[in-house]
Design a protein around this ligand. Structure first.
Ligand code: ADP
Ligand code: ASP
Ligand code: MG
Length: 410
Protein backbone atom coordinates (compact mmCIF):
# COMPACT_ATOMS: atom_id res chain seq x y z
CA UNK A 1 0.00 0.00 0.00
CA UNK A 2 1.28 3.44 -0.94
CA UNK A 3 1.07 5.92 1.92
CA UNK A 4 1.43 9.67 1.59
CA UNK A 5 2.09 11.85 4.67
CA UNK A 6 0.93 15.47 4.53
CA UNK A 7 1.17 18.03 7.34
CA UNK A 8 -0.77 21.31 7.47
CA UNK A 9 0.18 24.15 9.82
CA UNK A 10 -1.96 26.49 11.87
CA UNK A 11 -2.71 29.11 9.21
CA UNK A 12 -3.69 26.34 6.78
CA UNK A 13 -6.43 25.02 9.09
CA UNK A 14 -7.48 28.31 10.69
CA UNK A 15 -11.09 28.34 9.39
CA UNK A 16 -13.60 26.43 7.27
CA UNK A 17 -12.54 28.07 4.03
CA UNK A 18 -8.86 27.16 4.56
CA UNK A 19 -9.77 23.63 5.63
CA UNK A 20 -11.68 23.23 2.36
CA UNK A 21 -8.46 24.16 0.53
CA UNK A 22 -6.59 21.63 2.66
CA UNK A 23 -9.17 19.04 1.65
CA UNK A 24 -8.37 19.63 -2.03
CA UNK A 25 -4.68 18.90 -1.31
CA UNK A 26 -5.58 15.74 0.59
CA UNK A 27 -8.04 14.48 -2.02
CA UNK A 28 -5.39 14.50 -4.75
CA UNK A 29 -3.26 11.58 -3.48
CA UNK A 30 -6.43 9.89 -2.17
CA UNK A 31 -8.00 9.94 -5.65
CA UNK A 32 -4.78 8.55 -7.09
CA UNK A 33 -5.37 5.49 -4.93
CA UNK A 34 -3.01 6.26 -2.03
CA UNK A 35 -3.74 5.99 1.66
CA UNK A 36 -3.15 9.37 3.30
CA UNK A 37 -1.96 10.33 6.76
CA UNK A 38 -2.87 13.96 7.36
CA UNK A 39 -1.12 15.58 10.33
CA UNK A 40 -2.71 18.78 11.56
CA UNK A 41 -1.67 21.66 13.81
CA UNK A 42 -4.03 23.67 15.97
CA UNK A 43 -5.80 26.58 14.26
CA UNK A 44 -3.42 29.56 14.24
CA UNK A 45 -3.43 31.47 17.52
CA UNK A 46 -5.02 28.59 19.43
CA UNK A 47 -1.87 27.25 21.08
CA UNK A 48 -0.95 30.77 22.24
CA UNK A 49 -4.48 31.28 23.56
CA UNK A 50 -4.35 28.05 25.55
CA UNK A 51 -0.89 28.84 26.95
CA UNK A 52 -2.16 32.27 28.04
CA UNK A 53 -5.11 30.61 29.79
CA UNK A 54 -2.72 28.35 31.70
CA UNK A 55 -0.73 31.41 32.83
CA UNK A 56 -3.92 33.19 33.88
CA UNK A 57 -4.97 30.24 36.03
CA UNK A 58 -1.60 29.63 37.60
CA UNK A 59 1.71 31.49 38.15
CA UNK A 60 3.49 28.24 37.61
CA UNK A 61 1.23 25.91 35.58
CA UNK A 62 1.71 22.23 36.26
CA UNK A 63 3.61 20.99 33.18
CA UNK A 64 1.57 17.81 32.69
CA UNK A 65 -1.73 19.70 32.98
CA UNK A 66 -0.41 22.42 30.66
CA UNK A 67 0.29 19.73 28.03
CA UNK A 68 -3.14 18.23 28.55
CA UNK A 69 -4.58 21.71 27.94
CA UNK A 70 -2.54 22.85 24.91
CA UNK A 71 -2.92 19.52 23.12
CA UNK A 72 -6.64 20.23 22.76
CA UNK A 73 -5.88 22.71 19.96
CA UNK A 74 -4.88 19.87 17.65
CA UNK A 75 -7.83 17.75 18.80
CA UNK A 76 -10.22 20.47 17.61
CA UNK A 77 -8.70 20.86 14.15
CA UNK A 78 -8.52 17.09 13.59
CA UNK A 79 -12.13 16.44 14.64
CA UNK A 80 -13.41 19.28 12.44
CA UNK A 81 -11.34 18.21 9.43
CA UNK A 82 -12.43 14.57 9.77
CA UNK A 83 -16.05 15.81 9.72
CA UNK A 84 -15.39 17.57 6.41
CA UNK A 85 -13.92 14.41 4.89
CA UNK A 86 -16.69 12.18 6.21
CA UNK A 87 -19.21 14.46 4.59
CA UNK A 88 -17.57 13.47 1.28
CA UNK A 89 -18.18 9.81 2.10
CA UNK A 90 -14.51 9.11 2.80
CA UNK A 91 -13.54 6.34 5.21
CA UNK A 92 -11.46 8.30 7.71
CA UNK A 93 -11.05 9.01 11.42
CA UNK A 94 -9.25 11.41 13.71
CA UNK A 95 -6.38 9.94 15.73
CA UNK A 96 -4.94 11.63 18.82
CA UNK A 97 -1.39 11.13 20.04
CA UNK A 98 -2.35 8.61 22.75
CA UNK A 99 -4.51 6.67 20.30
CA UNK A 100 -1.77 6.11 17.70
CA UNK A 101 0.08 5.89 20.10
CA UNK A 102 2.99 8.30 19.66
CA UNK A 103 5.16 7.29 22.62
CA UNK A 104 7.35 10.02 24.11
CA UNK A 105 9.51 10.63 27.16
CA UNK A 106 7.94 12.58 30.02
CA UNK A 107 9.61 15.98 29.43
CA UNK A 108 6.29 17.87 29.35
CA UNK A 109 6.35 20.82 26.96
CA UNK A 110 9.50 19.57 25.17
CA UNK A 111 8.91 15.84 24.93
CA UNK A 112 10.81 13.67 22.45
CA UNK A 113 9.25 10.87 20.45
CA UNK A 114 10.71 7.52 21.46
CA UNK A 115 8.50 5.09 19.57
CA UNK A 116 5.68 4.86 17.06
CA UNK A 117 3.97 1.52 16.58
CA UNK A 118 4.04 1.15 12.83
CA UNK A 119 1.91 -2.00 12.82
CA UNK A 120 -0.94 -0.28 14.66
CA UNK A 121 -0.97 2.60 12.19
CA UNK A 122 -0.92 0.20 9.27
CA UNK A 123 -3.81 -1.71 10.86
CA UNK A 124 -5.81 1.53 11.07
CA UNK A 125 -4.94 2.22 7.43
CA UNK A 126 -6.39 -1.18 6.49
CA UNK A 127 -9.68 0.04 7.90
CA UNK A 128 -9.58 3.71 6.86
CA UNK A 129 -8.33 5.46 3.72
CA UNK A 130 -7.36 8.66 5.49
CA UNK A 131 -6.12 9.10 9.06
CA UNK A 132 -6.35 12.64 10.42
CA UNK A 133 -3.64 12.66 13.08
CA UNK A 134 -3.03 15.29 15.73
CA UNK A 135 0.40 16.85 15.48
CA UNK A 136 2.45 18.15 18.43
CA UNK A 137 1.26 15.53 20.93
CA UNK A 138 2.08 12.10 22.28
CA UNK A 139 1.84 10.19 25.53
CA UNK A 140 4.39 8.99 28.05
CA UNK A 141 4.79 5.71 29.89
CA UNK A 142 2.31 6.74 32.54
CA UNK A 143 -0.35 7.41 29.87
CA UNK A 144 -0.14 11.16 30.34
CA UNK A 145 -0.42 13.53 27.38
CA UNK A 146 2.81 15.24 26.33
CA UNK A 147 3.62 17.92 23.75
CA UNK A 148 6.70 18.21 21.56
CA UNK A 149 7.59 21.92 21.81
CA UNK A 150 6.51 24.81 19.60
CA UNK A 151 6.31 23.84 15.95
CA UNK A 152 6.18 20.17 17.01
CA UNK A 153 3.62 19.08 14.40
CA UNK A 154 6.42 19.10 11.82
CA UNK A 155 8.20 16.50 13.95
CA UNK A 156 5.03 14.41 14.35
CA UNK A 157 4.67 14.30 10.56
CA UNK A 158 8.28 13.40 9.76
CA UNK A 159 8.43 10.83 12.58
CA UNK A 160 5.25 9.19 11.23
CA UNK A 161 6.69 9.19 7.71
CA UNK A 162 9.87 7.58 9.07
CA UNK A 163 7.91 4.98 11.09
CA UNK A 164 5.86 3.81 8.12
CA UNK A 165 8.81 4.28 5.72
CA UNK A 166 7.02 6.77 3.49
CA UNK A 167 9.33 8.07 0.78
CA UNK A 168 8.23 11.63 1.16
CA UNK A 169 6.62 13.86 3.73
CA UNK A 170 4.87 16.99 2.50
CA UNK A 171 4.83 19.96 4.88
CA UNK A 172 2.19 22.47 3.79
CA UNK A 173 2.49 25.96 5.23
CA UNK A 174 1.71 29.64 4.62
CA UNK A 175 4.82 30.34 2.49
CA UNK A 176 5.75 28.58 -0.80
CA UNK A 177 8.84 26.84 0.59
CA UNK A 178 12.13 27.44 2.37
CA UNK A 179 13.57 30.82 1.42
CA UNK A 180 17.03 32.34 1.64
CA UNK A 181 15.63 34.13 4.68
CA UNK A 182 12.22 34.75 6.24
CA UNK A 183 10.13 36.09 3.29
CA UNK A 184 7.95 37.93 5.81
CA UNK A 185 10.96 39.93 6.94
CA UNK A 186 12.89 40.48 3.71
CA UNK A 187 11.01 41.01 0.46
CA UNK A 188 14.14 40.05 -1.55
CA UNK A 189 14.13 36.54 -0.05
CA UNK A 190 14.30 33.87 -2.76
CA UNK A 191 12.72 30.42 -2.66
CA UNK A 192 15.21 27.54 -2.72
CA UNK A 193 14.43 24.52 -4.91
CA UNK A 194 16.35 22.27 -2.57
CA UNK A 195 18.36 22.44 0.63
CA UNK A 196 20.50 19.79 2.37
CA UNK A 197 19.54 18.29 5.72
CA UNK A 198 22.63 19.88 7.30
CA UNK A 199 21.84 23.36 6.02
CA UNK A 200 18.20 23.02 7.07
CA UNK A 201 19.32 21.79 10.50
CA UNK A 202 21.42 24.93 10.93
CA UNK A 203 18.65 27.17 9.58
CA UNK A 204 16.10 25.61 11.95
CA UNK A 205 18.37 25.64 14.97
CA UNK A 206 19.24 29.27 14.27
CA UNK A 207 15.58 30.31 14.29
CA UNK A 208 14.01 29.70 10.84
CA UNK A 209 10.77 28.36 12.24
CA UNK A 210 9.51 27.01 8.90
CA UNK A 211 10.53 23.54 10.16
CA UNK A 212 11.04 22.45 13.76
CA UNK A 213 14.64 21.32 14.23
CA UNK A 214 13.66 17.87 15.57
CA UNK A 215 11.74 17.20 12.35
CA UNK A 216 14.89 17.78 10.31
CA UNK A 217 16.89 15.53 12.65
CA UNK A 218 14.34 12.75 12.09
CA UNK A 219 14.34 13.34 8.34
CA UNK A 220 18.13 13.12 8.19
CA UNK A 221 18.35 10.07 10.45
CA UNK A 222 15.70 8.07 8.58
CA UNK A 223 16.37 9.54 5.15
CA UNK A 224 12.88 10.99 4.68
CA UNK A 225 12.66 13.52 1.86
CA UNK A 226 10.69 16.52 3.10
CA UNK A 227 8.86 18.76 0.64
CA UNK A 228 7.97 22.16 2.15
CA UNK A 229 5.26 23.89 0.09
CA UNK A 230 2.26 26.18 0.19
CA UNK A 231 -1.28 25.13 1.04
CA UNK A 232 -2.54 28.02 -1.05
CA UNK A 233 -0.85 27.31 -4.41
CA UNK A 234 0.19 24.35 -6.55
CA UNK A 235 3.78 25.52 -7.09
CA UNK A 236 6.48 23.04 -6.17
CA UNK A 237 8.19 24.11 -2.96
CA UNK A 238 11.57 23.22 -1.45
CA UNK A 239 12.91 19.70 -1.18
CA UNK A 240 14.96 19.00 1.95
CA UNK A 241 17.21 16.09 1.18
CA UNK A 242 20.66 14.58 1.60
CA UNK A 243 23.69 16.21 0.08
CA UNK A 244 24.34 14.94 -3.37
CA UNK A 245 27.62 15.49 -5.18
CA UNK A 246 25.88 16.94 -8.24
CA UNK A 247 24.10 19.56 -6.13
CA UNK A 248 25.47 23.05 -6.30
CA UNK A 249 27.02 23.69 -2.90
CA UNK A 250 26.12 27.30 -2.32
CA UNK A 251 28.69 29.32 -0.43
CA UNK A 252 25.85 30.90 1.52
CA UNK A 253 22.36 29.44 1.20
CA UNK A 254 20.49 31.46 3.79
CA UNK A 255 20.27 33.89 6.67
CA UNK A 256 18.37 32.94 9.83
CA UNK A 257 17.50 34.99 12.87
CA UNK A 258 16.30 34.22 16.37
CA UNK A 259 14.81 37.02 18.45
CA UNK A 260 13.95 34.68 21.23
CA UNK A 261 17.37 34.79 22.88
CA UNK A 262 18.97 36.10 26.07
CA UNK A 263 22.59 36.61 27.06
CA UNK A 264 23.82 35.52 30.50
CA UNK A 265 27.21 36.54 31.94
CA UNK A 266 28.83 35.13 35.05
CA UNK A 267 31.20 37.75 36.45
CA UNK A 268 34.45 36.96 38.25
CA UNK A 269 34.12 33.24 38.01
CA UNK A 270 36.80 31.02 39.57
CA UNK A 271 38.97 29.72 36.69
CA UNK A 272 39.59 26.13 37.68
CA UNK A 273 38.95 22.69 36.21
CA UNK A 274 35.36 21.47 36.39
CA UNK A 275 33.68 24.87 36.62
CA UNK A 276 32.07 24.68 33.16
CA UNK A 277 30.69 21.24 33.91
CA UNK A 278 29.30 22.53 37.22
CA UNK A 279 27.48 25.31 35.35
CA UNK A 280 26.23 23.52 32.26
CA UNK A 281 25.35 20.06 33.61
CA UNK A 282 22.38 21.25 35.70
CA UNK A 283 21.18 23.40 32.78
CA UNK A 284 21.40 20.45 30.38
CA UNK A 285 19.50 18.28 32.85
CA UNK A 286 16.66 20.79 32.62
CA UNK A 287 16.82 20.65 28.80
CA UNK A 288 17.88 24.31 28.59
CA UNK A 289 19.55 24.86 25.21
CA UNK A 290 22.77 26.74 25.88
CA UNK A 291 24.57 28.23 22.88
CA UNK A 292 27.41 30.63 22.02
CA UNK A 293 29.56 29.97 25.09
CA UNK A 294 32.52 32.37 25.45
CA UNK A 295 35.04 32.42 28.27
CA UNK A 296 37.47 35.32 28.59
CA UNK A 297 41.17 34.76 29.41
CA UNK A 298 41.52 34.79 33.18
CA UNK A 299 43.15 37.44 35.36
CA UNK A 300 44.27 36.51 38.89
CA UNK A 301 42.45 33.18 38.64
CA UNK A 302 39.12 34.86 37.79
CA UNK A 303 37.29 35.04 34.48
CA UNK A 304 33.93 36.02 32.93
CA UNK A 305 31.79 33.45 31.14
CA UNK A 306 29.04 34.48 28.71
CA UNK A 307 26.47 32.32 26.95
CA UNK A 308 23.02 32.49 25.40
CA UNK A 309 19.80 30.65 26.30
CA UNK A 310 16.24 30.86 24.93
CA UNK A 311 14.44 33.83 26.51
CA UNK A 312 11.74 31.56 27.92
CA UNK A 313 14.40 29.75 29.98
CA UNK A 314 16.06 32.83 31.51
CA UNK A 315 14.25 32.71 34.87
CA UNK A 316 14.99 29.03 35.32
CA UNK A 317 18.63 29.58 34.30
CA UNK A 318 19.10 32.46 36.74
CA UNK A 319 17.44 30.50 39.54
CA UNK A 320 19.71 27.51 38.89
CA UNK A 321 22.85 29.65 38.74
CA UNK A 322 21.90 31.47 41.92
CA UNK A 323 21.55 28.22 43.79
CA UNK A 324 25.07 27.24 42.66
CA UNK A 325 26.69 30.59 43.36
CA UNK A 326 28.75 29.64 46.43
CA UNK A 327 29.48 26.14 45.27
CA UNK A 328 30.88 27.39 41.94
CA UNK A 329 32.25 30.71 43.16
CA UNK A 330 31.35 33.77 41.09
CA UNK A 331 30.64 37.37 42.00
CA UNK A 332 27.47 38.21 40.05
CA UNK A 333 25.23 37.24 37.14
CA UNK A 334 24.22 39.71 34.48
CA UNK A 335 21.48 39.05 31.90
CA UNK A 336 20.36 40.89 28.78
CA UNK A 337 17.06 40.02 27.14
CA UNK A 338 17.32 42.52 24.29
CA UNK A 339 19.55 40.46 22.04
CA UNK A 340 19.04 38.39 18.92
CA UNK A 341 21.09 35.94 16.88
CA UNK A 342 21.65 36.42 13.18
CA UNK A 343 23.28 33.52 11.31
CA UNK A 344 24.74 32.96 7.86
CA UNK A 345 24.45 29.36 6.67
CA UNK A 346 25.96 27.47 3.73
CA UNK A 347 27.71 24.13 3.15
CA UNK A 348 30.08 25.87 0.72
CA UNK A 349 31.67 27.67 3.70
CA UNK A 350 33.46 24.42 4.59
CA UNK A 351 36.18 25.09 2.07
CA UNK A 352 36.04 28.83 1.59
CA UNK A 353 37.46 31.72 3.53
CA UNK A 354 36.29 35.32 3.54
CA UNK A 355 32.64 34.74 4.46
CA UNK A 356 33.06 35.98 8.02
CA UNK A 357 34.99 39.11 7.06
CA UNK A 358 32.40 39.98 4.42
CA UNK A 359 29.60 39.62 6.97
CA UNK A 360 31.41 41.67 9.62
CA UNK A 361 32.17 44.44 7.10
CA UNK A 362 28.52 44.60 5.99
CA UNK A 363 27.30 44.86 9.60
CA UNK A 364 29.95 47.45 10.44
CA UNK A 365 28.89 49.59 7.46
CA UNK A 366 25.42 49.73 9.01
CA UNK A 367 26.89 50.53 12.44
CA UNK A 368 25.59 47.29 13.93
CA UNK A 369 27.69 46.24 16.89
CA UNK A 370 28.45 42.53 17.26
CA UNK A 371 28.21 41.36 20.88
CA UNK A 372 29.32 37.75 20.40
CA UNK A 373 30.38 35.53 17.50
CA UNK A 374 30.26 31.76 17.11
CA UNK A 375 31.01 29.56 14.13
CA UNK A 376 30.65 26.00 12.89
CA UNK A 377 31.99 24.67 9.62
CA UNK A 378 28.81 25.69 7.79
CA UNK A 379 27.57 28.64 9.91
CA UNK A 380 28.55 32.00 11.36
CA UNK A 381 26.38 33.47 14.11
CA UNK A 382 26.48 37.02 15.47
CA UNK A 383 24.69 38.13 18.61
CA UNK A 384 23.41 41.69 18.23
CA UNK A 385 21.06 44.18 19.87
CA UNK A 386 17.61 42.89 18.91
CA UNK A 387 16.39 46.23 17.62
CA UNK A 388 18.75 45.79 14.65
CA UNK A 389 17.57 42.28 13.71
CA UNK A 390 15.64 43.22 10.61
CA UNK A 391 18.34 45.58 9.37
CA UNK A 392 21.02 42.93 9.95
CA UNK A 393 19.06 40.25 8.09
CA UNK A 394 18.48 42.50 5.09
CA UNK A 395 22.07 43.75 5.12
CA UNK A 396 23.54 40.24 5.14
CA UNK A 397 21.07 39.01 2.53
CA UNK A 398 22.24 41.82 0.27
CA UNK A 399 25.92 41.43 1.11
CA UNK A 400 25.84 37.83 -0.12
CA UNK A 401 23.61 38.71 -3.10
CA UNK A 402 21.15 36.01 -2.13
CA UNK A 403 18.35 37.53 -4.17
CA UNK A 404 20.27 36.61 -7.34
CA UNK A 405 20.78 32.89 -6.90
CA UNK A 406 23.54 30.82 -5.28
CA UNK A 407 26.70 32.84 -4.80
CA UNK A 408 29.84 30.94 -5.70
CA UNK A 409 30.23 27.20 -5.33
CA UNK A 410 32.50 25.12 -3.22
P1 ADP B 1 3.00 26.57 10.18
O1 ADP B 1 1.94 27.15 11.05
O2 ADP B 1 2.52 26.19 8.82
O3 ADP B 1 3.76 25.47 10.86
P2 ADP B 1 5.13 28.42 10.83
O4 ADP B 1 4.66 29.79 11.20
O5 ADP B 1 5.54 27.51 11.93
O6 ADP B 1 4.02 27.75 9.90
O7 ADP B 1 6.36 28.51 9.79
C1 ADP B 1 6.22 29.26 8.61
C2 ADP B 1 6.84 30.63 8.81
O8 ADP B 1 8.25 30.49 8.96
C3 ADP B 1 6.69 31.57 7.64
O9 ADP B 1 5.46 32.24 7.67
C4 ADP B 1 7.89 32.50 7.79
O10 ADP B 1 7.56 33.73 8.38
C5 ADP B 1 8.82 31.77 8.74
N1 ADP B 1 10.20 31.62 8.21
C6 ADP B 1 11.33 31.95 8.88
N2 ADP B 1 12.41 31.72 8.13
C7 ADP B 1 11.98 31.20 6.96
C8 ADP B 1 12.64 30.76 5.77
N3 ADP B 1 13.98 30.77 5.64
N4 ADP B 1 11.88 30.30 4.74
C9 ADP B 1 10.53 30.27 4.85
N5 ADP B 1 9.85 30.67 5.95
C10 ADP B 1 10.55 31.14 7.00
N1 ASP C 1 0.27 24.07 17.60
C1 ASP C 1 1.65 23.94 17.98
C2 ASP C 1 2.33 25.31 17.98
O1 ASP C 1 1.68 26.31 17.71
C3 ASP C 1 2.41 22.96 17.14
C4 ASP C 1 2.53 23.33 15.67
O2 ASP C 1 1.77 24.15 15.16
O3 ASP C 1 3.40 22.75 15.01
O4 ASP C 1 3.49 25.40 18.26
MG1 MG D 1 5.28 25.49 12.31
Amino acid sequence: MNIVVQKFGGTSVRNLECQRQVMQKVLRPYREGNKVIVVLSAMSGETNRLLALAREWSDNPDPAEADSLVSTGEQISCALFAMLLKQQGIACRSVLGFQAPIKTDCAYGKARIVDIDESRIKAMLDEYDILVMAGFQGCDNSQRITTLGRGGSDTSAVALAAAIRADICEIYTDVPGVFTTDPNMCTDARKLDSITYDEMLEMASMGAKVLQIRSVEFAKKYNVTVHVRSTFSDEPGTVVTKEDPTMEAALVSGIAYDKDQARITLINLADKPGVSAQIFTPLAEQRILVDMIVQNPSKNGKTDMTFTVPRADVDQTLKTLDSLRYEIGFEAVDSNLNVSKVSIIGVGMRNHSGVASRAFRALADENINILMISTSEIKITCLIDDKYTELAVRTLHKAFELENGPLGTA
